[in-house]
Design a protein around this ligand. Structure first.
Ligand SMILES: Cc1cc2nc3c(=O)[nH]c(=O)nc-3n(C[C@H](O)[C@H](O)[C@H](O)COP(=O)(O)OP(=O)(O)OC[C@H]3O[C@@H](n4cnc5c(N)ncnc54)[C@H](O)[C@@H]3O)c2cc1C
Length: 372
C-alpha cells in the first residue's frame, strides 16, 4: 500500500523512464487500451537514449540475443512507413572491419553464423573494403558487410512513441503494491508498473544487477559521403562483451546530416558524467588507426552516456521475481535502441498473458536478482 499519501489514480500502467525502452513500452501498452503514464526524472530521451549512436544492428553472440535483435530489426522495418522523417532512418548497413588475417577468421565465423540463421551477409576482401570505404586505411584484411542493418535518430523515435502518452516530470523514489511514489511526496496509483529506468534501475530495485557502463562519443562537422556504412572493428565485440574495467573500439557512423559519430568507449565503476580526456584521446587514437583522415576533420562536440549493463549482457524483460505488479524492461547495455521495440512487444505480450513471438525465458529478470 502507498501509506498515508492520498492516491492519484490516473493510470492503469505507470512506466518509469522516458528513454526509448520506456517510450516503446508506453506506446504498446496504450495500444492495448490501457491508460498509461510515463514518469521521467529528467527530459525525454535525456539518458542513454540521447547519448547513443542509434545503430540498429543484428548481433549473434548467443541465440537469444540474435532472436531479440532480429525480431526488433523486423519491427523497425514494419514501422518505417509511419515513422516521421525526423527519425532519420538510414539503411546504411554495417561493415565489420578485419584488420588482419586473425580477424578475417572472425569474419568467416560471423558470416557462417549469420547465413546459418538465414541472414544475408557478404565477405569482402581488402580491395573490396577499400572500394566500399575509401577513407579507411589501406591494407586492411577485409570485412563483413551486413546490408540489413541501419541507423536511426533515437531521440525523435522516442518522442514519436510518446505521442498521446501522459508524460509526467518527477523522480520515482519508491514502487509499492499500489503504484509509485514520487520525490515530491505525491503518488500515482496503477495496476502495472514498468521499470524502464535504464542505468538507474537498481537505485529503485537494489536486488536487480544492472550497473552503469559509461561510454564516450564524438561528433564531427558535416562531411557528406565521407563514410557510407556504419563501420565497426571486429574487436568491438571483445570490448562490448568483455568485462574489462575500460576499453575502446573503432566505431564510426555516418549521419544523414553528413556528420560522423565516432565511438566508442566502455567504463565500469565511474559515476561522473564528465568527459574523461585520456580515455577520449585513446578512443580517438583508435579511430585514427583505422581512418587516418579523421585527423583533418573538425570534431564539434564530445559527450558521455551510461549504458545499463548486466553480468550476462542480456536485458531484463519480464515480471519482477518478488512483486506481482512490477515488470522490468531494462539492462539493454549497448543494444537498447535496436532492441527497444522487440523488448516492448515481448513485455506487453507477457503483461497481456499472450505467448510472445520469441522465447522470453533468456531475458527473465530472475537471473539478475540477488538474494536480499
Ligand atoms: C555511447 C553509447 C552508444 C550507444 N550506441 C548504441 C547503438 O548504436 N545502438 C543501440 O542499439 N544502442 C546503443 N546504445 C545503448 C542505448 O543507448 C541504450 O541501451 C538505451 O538507450 C537504453 O534505453 P533506456 O530507455 O533503457 O534507458 P535511458 O535512455 O537511459 O532512459 C531511462 C530514463 O529513465 C529515467 N529515470 C531513471 N530513474 C528514474 C526515476 N527514479 N524516476 C523517473 N525517471 C527515472 C532517466 O532520467 C532516463 O531518461 C549506446 C549507448 C551509449 C552510452
Amino acid at each position: 500500500m502507498l501509506g498515508d499519501t492520498p492516491l492519484n489514480s490516473g493510470a492503469d500502467a505507470v512506466v518509469i523512464g522516458a528513454g526509448i525502452v520506456g517510450a516503446c513500452c508506453a506506446h504498446l501498452l496504450r495500444r492495448e487500451g490501457m491508460r498509461v503514464a510515463v514518469v521521467e526524472a529528467g527530459v525525454i530521451a535525456g539518458g542513454a537514449t540521447g547519448a547513443g549512436m542509434g545503430h540498429i544492428v543484428v548481433m549473434d553472440d548467443n541465440p537469444a540475443e540474435y532472436e531479440l535483435t532480429l525480431y526488433s530489426q523486423r519491427l523497425w522495418a514494419e514501422l518505417l512507413p509511419v515513422l516521421p522523417p525526423q527519425v532519420e532512418f538510414d539503411p546504411c548497413g554495417t561493415l565489420w572491419v578485419a584488420a588482419d588475417e586473425e580477424e578475417m577468421a572472425g569474419v568467416e565465423a560471423k558470416f557462417a553464423s549469420y547465413t546459418m540463421r538465414g541472414m544475408r551477409a557478404e565477405i569482402l576482401d581488402g580491395r573490396s573494403v577499400a572500394e566500399a570505404e575509401p577513407a579507411l586505411r589501406k591494407g586492411l584484411a577485409g570485412g563483413l558487410l551486413v546490408r540489413g542493418d541501419s541507423v536511426i535518430y533515437a531521440p525523435c523515435a522516442t518522442a514519436w512513441f510518446l505521442q498521446g502518452v501522459d508524460v509526467r516530470r518527477g523522480r520515482v523514489v519508491a514502487v509499492t503494491d499500489g503504484g509509485v511514489r514520487l520525490e515530491d511526496g505525491s503518488s500515482l496509483s496503477c495496476e502495472v508498473v514498468v521499470c524502464a529506468a535504464g542505468a538507474s534501475s537498481s537505485e529503485l530495485f537494489p536486488q536487480l544487477e544492472v550497473r552503469p557502463r559509461k561510454g564516450h562519443l564524438a561528433i564531427t562537422d558535416r562531411y557528406p559521403g565521407y563514410v557510407r556504412h556504419q563501420l565497426v572493428e571486429l574487436g568491438y565485440l571483445k570490448s562490448a562483451h568483455g568485462h574489462s574495467t575500460e576499453s575502446v573500439a573503432f566505431n564510426v557512423q555516418p549521419r544523414k546530416t553528413g556528420q560522423l559519430l565516432i565511438g566508442s568507449s566502455r567504463q565500469y565503476g565511474v559515476t561522473s558524467p564528465a568527459v574523461d580526456r585520456p580515455l577520449l584521446d585513446r578512443m580517438l587514437r583508435r579511430a585514427l588507426e583505422y581512418m587516418p583522415g579523421l585527423a583533418q576533420l573538425s570534431v564539434l562536440r564530445t559527450w558521455t552516456g551510461f549504458r545499463p549493463s548486466t553480468p550476462d549482457n542480456m536485458p531484463a524483460i519480464g515480471l519482477c521475481p518478488e512483486r506481482e505488479n512490477v515488470w522490468f524492461a531494462t539492462g539493454h547495455e549497448g543494444l537498447g535502441i535496436t532492441t527497444s521495440l522487440g523488448t516492448a512487444h515481448l513485455l506487453v505480450d507477457l503483461v497481456a498473458h499472450r505467448t510472445p513471438v520469441i522465447d522470453p525465458r533468456p531475458f527473465a529478470p530472475e537471473r539478475l536478482w540477488r538474494d536480499g
